[in-house]
Design a protein around this ligand. Sequence first.
Ligand code: PLP
Length: 235
Amino acid sequence: MKSNITDQLQHIQQCIQAAQKQSLYTHDVTLLAVSKAHPAAAIKELYQANQRDFGENYVKEFTEKATQLADLDITWHYIGALQSNKTQAIAQHASWIHSIDRFKIAQRLSQQRPEHLPDLNICVQINFDHEPQKAGIAPEAAAELMTRLQTLPRLKLRGIMCIPKPEKNKESSLEKFGKIQQAFVQLCQQFPELDTLSMGMSHDLEEAIIQGSTMVRVGRALFGERPAKSHSSPL
Ligand SMILES: *Cc1c(COP(=O)(O)O)cnc(C)c1O
């Protein structure tokens, strides 16, 4: 019998396809399964259903799972807060980081990325709503940071990530994502190597895809509600 998570995966894949049909954009959309607070067994189950991209946002939990599931061909994305004393584990285990917002952290990751691994893919997190409590660089400062990031070896600049404020309805959500997409296009003119617009989560993936998202980060809609944990993020 198929489990609930596998059913949910199919359902989300169908939502993604339906949103792509409504979109003017024709690129592929990657589903990033955000497995934070869920056990390695749940990851294995989705892996058996051919899901390959998984996202985590606590360094300790991420390192434990990546070590435990090292025999699986998983592409790990680190999407959480970055502290300079914890970059080593991420440089060793992740293929992607979505949450770069400081040069210094990127510099450490560049130095710590093991030689035998491919370049670490990075996205700059942009705080489009200028919310003081949230991570991310101000939109007007993104290009300057990217220019500096380009100089770092063993990192590959791929795009931007954002967590916009939830909007009150679908129209304003579409409008918000449309503005972010325009900002992304502008950055692409300056940095032609960019190919990743990481936006859209469980509650707004449809609107994000319609407006050109290339990667949606989905937790709750796949795995169900996260069990309460003392270190849970406010998200
Ligand atoms: C937890 C998290 C998600 C997934 O959120 P859901 O609402 O569970 O889909 C996406 N992005 C980031 C950065 C997260 O921390």
